[in-house]
Design a binder for this molecule. Structure first.
Ligand code: F6R
Length: 261
């Protein structure tokens, strides 16, 4: 795992946007794994800026969502499909028909989950999976206790996660869906590159547990330690709980120029 400590959230977003742009430019049919929530928004807006300047085209790319709420009306603005269209897809030239998300309105939800896992394989796998991290260490909506081998499935959000996400629902926790469909931890691990972004003091504890704690279902993000190519991009505030922060800074500063993130 590589840990990049950027001076602030803007610099962290730039690092993440640069990695995604490189994947889009270098592959003939790139598959981007997209996260929602607030952490990736800075990177998404930098990608939109690059597209508007004529420096980035995603016309040949596909995108897959990590997760989706169950039970929201299909046109609800906080449904993750609508969110990601607003925050990224509609601002670049990625075809809307190439944006994939779990079919949470299927009559047979279990089958829809299996189909989603199969779809990721049929697309050739995810080239880079962007991730945020929850206060309880969740990635996607794999809450603590999630199997490290889990596949796409229905999960129940914890009360704490619903409280955190109430900010997207006019602070009405009762409006935050209780259920979601999320890629499992085993599914996430199949992406070729995992790229997690976390900024701010509230992320310091989950980041310390994920990066330097034991690999455990109690901190689902710790599963990144099992991946051969995982990059954790954080700002100084999110780095305060890391024992090896000095080492990560030194390694990044002296990174050989031929070695990409
Ligand atoms: C979103 C997702 C979640 C968020 C996490 C952090 O698709 O899967 O794991 O990444 O809840 O959310 P923010 O970035 O809003 O702090």
């Amino acid at each position: 795992m590589e840990v990049v400590i950027a001076p602030d959230a803007a610099a962290a977003s730039q690092v993440v946007a640069d990695v995604i742009a490189r994947v889009v430019r270098s592959r003939t049919a790139p598959v981007l794994g997209l996260a929602t929530g607030s952490s990736p928004l800075g990177a998404y807006s930098l990608l939109i800026d690059a597209h508007r300047r004529g420096e980035l085209s995603a016309a040949h790319a596909s995108a897959v969502l990590l997760d989706e709420y169950v039970g929201l009306p299909i046109d609800h603005p906080e449904a993750y499909r609508a969110f990601i269209r607003r925050q990224l897809v509609d601002g670049i030239d990625l075809p809307a028909s190439r944006l994939f998300s779990p079919d949470v309105n299927a009559d047979d939800l279990l089958d829809a989950c299996h189909r989603y896992d199969r779809l990721l394989t049929e697309l050739g796998g995810v080239d880079v999976q962007l991730l945020g991290i929850g206060a309880d260490g969740h990635i996607g909506f794999n809450e603590p206790g999630s199997s490290l081998a889990s596949r796409t499935r229905l999960k129940t959000l914890t009360r704490a996660t619903r409280e955190d996400n109430a900010r997207f629902f006019d602070d009405r926790q009762e409006d935050v869906p209780r259920h979601v469909v999320t890629q499992g931890l085993g599914t996430v691990l199949e992406a070729r590159h995992l790229l997690l972004i976390a900024c701010g003091a509230a992320k310091a504890t989950p980041i310390a547990e994920a990066v330097e704690g034991p690999v455990s279902a109690m901190c689902p993000a710790s599963v990144l330690q099992l991946h051969p190519h995982a990059t954790v991009v954080i700002d100084e505030d999110a780095a305060t709980g890391l024992r090896l922060a000095g080492y990560y800074r030194e390694a990044y500063e002296h990174k050989p120029t031929w070695q990409e993130l």
